[in-house]
Every structure is written in structure tokens, then in C-alpha cells.
Write a new protein. Structure first.
Length: 273
């Protein structure tokens, strides 16, 4: 571990120690796993992991969250957080993420209070500062702590620390809720969330690592890393993907030539300015 990362790690530990007790919003992703692990190491049984269960959160992620908490001996609370019941959420407005985060963190704050936890923390990092993220407004409004940002940790540094600590997520692909696959203004439904989930799981099962299946009506726009273009364009693989996604319910199956990138749906917001 290089000296810069070590100092940030120590800063993270000190900050969490000062909080005294903590409810961690835990999704089993790279960031929240490191946050939860450090919190548990520092605070012991004064930590509770809170994981949301909803149709926009794949079952595989929920099961990984449960398995990690069981392995580490961390108390976990599963909270039902059905975003589609939030007024206005289904219409997928530009502040969709704000609506979701505000509702979720209000529930976690209540859980923290009921369990005697002094604070609630989430896992955003320094790399999250540059994209359009209305959910961060809810974080600020509700007084949610962001320890990884406080310690000025980047995604690469979080992965480095995770590897040093032996966490299984150190090289896990980045993930965001399935609702982020919809173009703004397009209605989000249980059926289409299921289509996206099945399509992405199929690609993961084929061995693609970092990917998204964006949905535009009934068109699937696949994003994979550019270095995996030769693999996805191999005739047998291409035909498998086309057949499976047609079976799932997509009318057309396309490949985004720019490849995987975070927040690609936000590019349309720039066009509207």
C-alpha cells in the first residue's frame, strides 16, 4: 500500500471512529463493501448494515450482500424499498435518483434511530463528484455521512485498499441500480426492469465483465468495454446474444460503439442545454 493511500485509509478509520456507531447503506458493491468492512473493524458491534431490496436491485447483488455480512459476522437489516411506489418515480424524471435516495435514506435513518446508531453512512467516492448525481442532494439534505469522500478516496484507491484487506469485491464490476438503464422520460416498469436484469445477467454469464444494457423503448443498447468488442462480435456469441435478448422481449439489439461508460444516459441532458 503506497503512503498516500495509507494516509487516506487512516483518515477513514479516524473519521469512522469519531462517529461512534454507524448504520451503513450496503449494496455489496465495491465502495460500500470497503466502507462496511472498515466500519466493522473499527466499531465492532456498533455497526449495522442496511440493504435495500427492490425490483431494481438484482437478486445476485442481494445474495452477495447477505453472504458478506454472514461471513464477516455483521448484523444486517433488509429494508423493502420499492422505488416504483414513489410518486413520480415511474415517469423517470431527471431527478429520479433524488426521489429514490431521499425515500431510502429516510428509511435507513429510522432504522438507525431504532437501533441506537449515531449516524448513517453511504459509499460515494471522489470519482462520483464529476457526474450528474441528483441523489447526492438527498444525501446532503438528510445529513448522511460520506466517509470515503471525506477521506478523499478515489475508485482506484478503494480497489487497492479492498485488495489489501482481502475483500472479494476488489475487482468486482461497477454497478448501479437498474433504473439507471432507462432514458429520462421513459416509463419505468417491473416488466422492463426484469428485461434489463435478465439481459445483463446473460452477458455476465457469457463472461463479459463490465457492461450495461440500456433500454430505449424495446431497443437494447449494449455497452461493453472496447477491448471486449472482438468477443461480442464473434459470430457465435453475437447470435447467442441476439437470440436471447429477442426471447427476453427486445425488438432490436444494438452495440454502443463508444463502449461502456458510467452515466451514459446523462449525455442526453447535455444535448438539451
Amino acid at each position: 500500500m503506497d503512503n498516500i493511500v495509507l494516509k487516506k485509509y487512516q483518515k477513514l478509520q479516524s473519521y469512522i471512529r469519531e462517529l461512534g456507531s454507524l448504520a451503513v447503506a450496503f449494496s455489496s458493491g465495491v465502495d460500500s463493501t470497503l466502507l462496511l468492512k472498515v466500519a466493522a473493524d473499527v466499531l465492532g458491534d456498533q455497526v449495522v448494515a442496511v440493504t435495500a431490496s427492490s425490483c431494481s436491485f438484482p437478486k445476485r447483488e442481494l445474495e452477495e450482500a447477505k453472504a458478506f455480512c454472514e461471513k464477516e459476522g455483521i448484523r444486517q437489516i433488509i429494508v423493502e424499498s420499492e422505488e416504483l411506489n414513489i410518486e413520480g418515480f415511474r415517469q423517470n424524471p431527471r431527478n429520479r435518483c433524488y426521489l429514490c435516495k431521499h425515500e431510502l435514506f429516510e428509511k435507513i435513518l429510522k432504522i438507525a434511530e431504532e437501533n441506537g446508531m449515531a449516524a448513517v453512512a453511504e459509499g460515494s467516492n471522489m470519482d462520483d463528484m464529476g457526474d450528474y448525481r441528483p441523489g447526492m442532494i438527498a444525501v446532503k439534505e438528510l445529513g448522511i455521512k460520506s466517509p470515503l469522500r471525506y477521506a478523499e478516496l478515489t475508485k482506484d484507491e478503494i480497489r487497492q485498499l479492498s485488495k489489501e484487506l482481502g475483500l472479494p469485491t476488489w475487482d468486482k464490476q461497477s454497478f448501479a441500480c437498474l433504473s439507471s438503464r432507462f432514458v429520462y422520460g421513459e416509463t419505468i416498469s417491473e416488466e422492463k426492469l426484469g428485461m434489463v436484469n435478465r439481459a445483463e445477467q446473460f452477458l455476465l454469464d457469457l463472461g463479459f465483465r463490465q457492461l450495461r444494457v440500456r433500454i430505449h423503448g424495446t431497443i437494447a443498447r449494449i455497452e461493453v468495454l472496447p477491448e471486449e468488442f472482438p468477443k461480442i462480435m464473434a459470430e457465435d456469441v453475437r447470435e447467442q446474444i441476439y437470440a436471447e435478448l429477442k426471447e427476453i422481449g427486445f425488438s432490436y439489439v444494438t452495440l454502443d460503439l463508444r463502449g461502456y461508460r458510467t452515466g451514459s444516459m446523462n449525455e442526453t441532458l447535455l444535448l438539451d442545454k
